[in-house]
Design a protein around this ligand. Structure first.
Ligand SMILES: C[S@@+](CC[C@H](N)C(=O)[O-])C[C@H]1O[C@@H](n2cnc3c(N)ncnc32)[C@H](O)[C@@H]1O
Length: 417
């Protein structure tokens, strides 16, 4: 069956009608003519897996990545970047019901400061799109940059010399499971974390990764397929640093950091310009990315975060930058005294704000809320509830994740007068 792609759905798949069905076709562009033969169900969608683009859309550009079309990471690399931004603006409009500009990322290759590369019997690389069990073997990841080539080459040499067993995803056996790369884009510092199952990593491993400022060995003792574990040993620096503007942040294998440093600095700067008053609560504060930036600018900052290790990192970051900010371990639903703050910053996980927190906000009425969201759907429903007493002052998208359908939002709310 021949179909024409009119538009992409919010997950970046081309949409086509076949009879009464809507079929979603990955890696296609508006204007493509596609011959579709077979599809299967993926959650709530029928997704094509046997198809050919018979007449490519004039919109298409050549992806930089040789694995485009197989790897599940960057599914929009075939679209010009301006088109990707238009797609994200349209996605926001359809979910939020209002217009918001999306600020393009300053870089669209080499921008990611972290990649988690599976080391498996199927290959060393990223998940094949649409599978949990297959891996696309890669030599380089263009969105991380050339240093991924160096690190993956070193890993292959190490594997060839020592012949450790590699992880079998289906059987859940094997020693080497992941290599995670982190790079301070503004400092040039590189961290390599080898994640293994139980076993012994030869001490010589270090000599293969001499180019890294920090090498970690972590053991994942669980059955879950995650790219972190208990720290067994490290060589070189305990932390690497990243710098956003005039603020330095420490990076540790088990701590989160905004993954696109070039755009994170724009997001943090703009968020800080929206703050009103003096007293700020940075809720879901993580490693203190927003709080420390604000403390450096003279605001009085408290931070609340559920993950004790992130709080420890935030405190270390405050010390590193010579600022005072008070970071506490706590949960969103338990925060007290919201009315004592002039501005409340929230940067929740994808699930959005806890319903009890929304109730507290509506009762205690902090004057200004700055909402940073990685999920426009939960943002939309949280905004609807807050609109009882808040009005939207400004709303902008930030493209933190070029070539993917994801988009970050920065929204400022003020109490209605
Ligand atoms: C999107 S991240 C924000 C990180 C932070 N703003 C930063 O840039 O480093 C969400 C954070 O919320 C924290 N979190 C998740 N559930 C929470 C809860 N119930 N209460 C407080 N913090 C929570 C996570 O540990 C994570 O650090």
């Amino acid at each position: 069956m021949k179909v024409k792609i009119e538009k992409l759905d919010i997950d970046g798949f081309g949409k086509a009608r076949i009879g009464k069905k809507t079929i979603y076709i990955p890696f296609t562009a508006p204007g493509d003519t596609v011959e579709v033969r077979k599809w299967h169900r993926e959650k709530r969608k029928l997704v094509a897996h046997d198809y050919d683009v018979v007449e490519p859309s004039p919109l298409r550009v050549n992806p930089e990545c040789p694995y485009f079309g197989k790897c599940g990471g960057c599914i929009l690399q075939h679209l010009p970047y301006a088109e990707q931004i238009r797609f994200k603006e349209e996605k926001l409009r359809s979910i939020l019901g209002f217009d918001a500009d999306v600020v393009p990322s300053p870089r669209i290759y080499g921008h990611r400061n972290r990649i988690d590369v599976a080391v498996s019997t199927r290959g060393i690389g990223f998940r094949r799109r649409g599978t949990w069990w297959d891996v696309v073997d890669i030599e380089v990841c263009e969105v991380f940059g050339e240093r991924s080539r160096t690190a993956l080459k070193a890993l292959r040499e190490f594997i060839e010399d020592f012949k450790p067993s590699l992880y079998d995803i289906k059987k859940n056996t094997g020693f080497l499971r992941y290599i995670v790369l982190r790079e301070g884009k503004f400092t040039g510092e590189l961290m390599v974390n080898l994640v293994t199952g139980e076993g012994t990593l030869p001490d010589d491993a270090e000599s293969y990764f001499h180019f890294a400022d920090s090498l970690y060995w972590s053991i994942n003792r669980s059955k879950s397929d995650v790219s972190f574990g208990d720290i067994e040993k490290f060589w070189g620096e305990e932390f690497i640093k990243e710098k956003l503007g005039d603020v330095e942040y420490l990076i540790h294998p088990n701590s989160f950091f905004q993954t696109n440093s070039y755009q994170a600095v724009n997001l943090v700067r703009e968020a800080s310009e929206l703050v009103e008053g003096e007293r700020v609560l940075d809720l879901y504060s993580g490693v203190g990315t927003f709080g420390i930036w604000l403390a450096k600018r003279g605001f009085s900052v408290d931070g609340v975060e559920v993950n004790p290790f992130a709080v420890e990192m935030a405190r270390k970051n405050a010390e590193l930058n010579n600022v005072y900010a008070h970071f506490m371990i706590g949960e969103d639903k338990d925060v007290e005294n919201l009315g004592a703050y002039d501005t409340l910053i929230v940067d929740p996980p994808r699930a959005g704000l806890h319903p009890k927190l929304i109730k507290k906000i509506l009762k205690e009425k902090p004057n200004t809320i700055i909402y940073i969201s990685c999920n426009p759907k939960t943002l939309a429903s949280n905004l609807a509830e807050l609109s009882e007493i808040y009005r939207i002052e400004s709303a902008r998208g930030f493209d933190m994740f070029p070539h993917t359908p994801h988009v970050e939002m920065l929204v400022k709310l003020n109490l209605k007068v």
